[in-house]
Design a protein around this ligand. Structure first.
Ligand code: ADP
Ligand code: MG
Length: 337
C-alpha cells in the first residue's frame, strides 16, 4: 500500500524484502491459519469453544531498546513482549502480525532481525501471518499477537479478592539492573526477555487476577488494585531478587526491583488454597513463584509496604536522603511524563 513503492531506491524492493525475510516466518500447516502471508489479509478459522485474545505493542529504537541492541535481540524482544501480554491473559499464543518501519533495507540487519524473530516463533510455537513494511526515519516494530483461550476463561486484572495472596514469577529488577550495569552479565534479561507462556496457561484455573510486569512492579500492581477495587500489603523483604540486586544499597535495590521496567514476569493473585497448585505449575514451566503480599481490603486502591514486619514509606525507601522531598516517587515508566 502507498503512493510510491517505499523502497524503490534500495537494492531490495519492499516486495523482495517481504518474500526473502518475512514470508519464511509464516506457516503452511496449521488447522487455524487458512491463509497466511501473501494476500491482502490473512484468514483464520477460529477453533470451536475458544475466544480470540489479541494484543499489540510497539518497540521504538532508542526508547524501548538501546540503540546499540543487536538485531537478533530486537527481533526476539518485539515478539517476546507481545507474547507476554497473551501469557498474562492465560492464552495459548498462535500467530503474529508485524508492522515494521525501517530507516534502510540493510540485508545483514534484516537477516539477524528475522533470525531473532524465528527463534522466538519457534520457542513459543507461533508464526507470522502478515504485516506491513515501510521506510521511515526510526526503526519501529509493532507486533500484534493473537492467541486463544477457552470461552470465558481469559484472566483479567479485575478479579483480585480479599485474602488473596499476591505472587510474582522468578525475580524482579533483572532487566533494570542490566540497563544500569551493562557489564553485569545479565544483558539477556534486558535484550531477550522470556515471556511466561507455559506458566500463564497452567495458572489460568487457579488465579483471580494476573498481568505481566512491563513498566515497573508497583505501577503494574496498581493496575490490578484499581481494576479489582482493592488494596494490597506487600512484604518487601520477600521480593525475589538475584544476588546482584541483593548486594546493592537498599534504595537502589528497591528502585530497580519495584519500579524498573522490562521484567516481563507475571504478577497474580490467588486464593492461598491454590498456592500449591500454582507452585506445581511453575515448577512444570521451569519457573519459580514467590508470595510477596496479600490483598487486604476492598474499596481503597492502594498498597502499604512492610519490611521485616515494620511499615515503611516508599518515598523514604527510594529517597532516604529526602533530597527531593516534594516529589512523589515514580512507580514505574510512563510515556508523556
Ligand atoms: P498491501 O499493500 O495490500 O497492504 P503488502 O504489499 O503491504 O500488501 O503486503 C503483502 C503481504 O505481505 C501481505 O500478506 C502482508 O501481510 C505481508 N507483509 C508485509 N510486510 C510484512 C512483514 N513485515 N511481516 C510479515 N508479513 C508482511
Ligand atoms: Mg501493506
Amino acid at each position: 500500500m502507498g503512493m510510491t513503492s517505499t523502497f524503490n531506491r534500495q537494492n531490495l524492493s519492499e516486495f523482495d524484502l517481504i518474500k526473502q525475510y518475512f514470508s519464511p516466518l509464516g506457516s503452511s500447516h496449521d488447522a487455524i491459519t487458512a491463509l497466511g502471508i501473501g494476500d491482502d489479509a490473512a484468514v483464520l478459522t477460529p477453533p470451536v469453544g475458544q475466544q480470540l485474545v489479541i494484543s499489540t505493542d510497539t518497540l521504538i529504537a532508542g526508547r524501548h531498546f538501546p540503540l546499540n541492541t543487536d538485531a537478533f535481540s530486537i527481533g526476539w524482544k518485539a515478539i517476546a513482549v507481545n507474547l507476554s501480554d497473551l501469557a498474562a491473559m492465560g492464552a495459548v499464543p498462535h500467530s503474529l502480525l508485524l508492522a515494521l518501519t525501517l530507516p534502510q533495507a540493510d540485508a545483514d540487519f534484516l537477516a539477524e532481525l528475522t533470525r531473532g524473530m524465528a527463534a522466538a516463533c519457534q520457542s513459543y510455537g507461533v508464526h507470522l501471518i502478515g504485516g506491513d513494511t515501510t521506510a521511515g526515519p526510526t526503526l519501529t516494530l509493532t507486533v500484534t499477537a493473537l492467541g486463544w483461550v477457552p470461552t470465558g476463561q481469559a484472566v483479567r486484572r479485575s478479579g483480585a479478592q480479599i485474602g488473596d495472596w499476591i505472587g510474582v514469577t522468578d525475580t524482579l529488577g533483572d532487566a533494570a539492573y542490566a540497563l544500569c550495569y551493562p557489564q553485569s552479565g545479565l544483558q539477556l534479561r534486558l535484550d531477550q526477555p522470556r515471556p511466561c507462556i507455559a506458566f500463564g496457561q497452567s495458572a489460568r484455573p487457579w488465579v483471580h487476577a494476573m498481568l505481566d510486569i512491563s513498566d515497573g512492579f508497583l505501577q503494574d500492581l496498581m493496575h490490578i488494585l484499581t481494576a479489582s477495587w482493592c488494596s494490597a500489603q506487600l512484604e518487601l523483604d520477600h521480593i525475589p531478587l538475584l544476588p546482584q540486586l541483593k548486594s546493592l544499597p537498599k534504595a537502589e535495590r528497591y528502585a530497580l526491583a519495584l519500579t524498573g521496567g522490562d521484567d516481563y514476569q507475571l504478577c497474580f493473585t490467588a486464593n492461598p488454597e491454590h498456592w500449591q497448585a500454582l507452585e506445581n505449575a511453575a515448577t512444570e514451566a521451569g519457573q519459580t513463584i514467590t508470595r510477596v503480599g496479600s490483598i487486604i481490603s476492598k474499596q481503597v486502591e492502594a498498597f502499604c509496604l512492610y519490611e521485616e514486619g515494620k511499615r515503611v514509606d516508599l518515598a523514604d525507601l527510594l529517597n532516604p536522603t529526602q533530597a527531593n522531598f516534594d516529589e512523589k516517587p515514580s512507580l514505574g515508566f510512563q510515556h508523556f511524563k
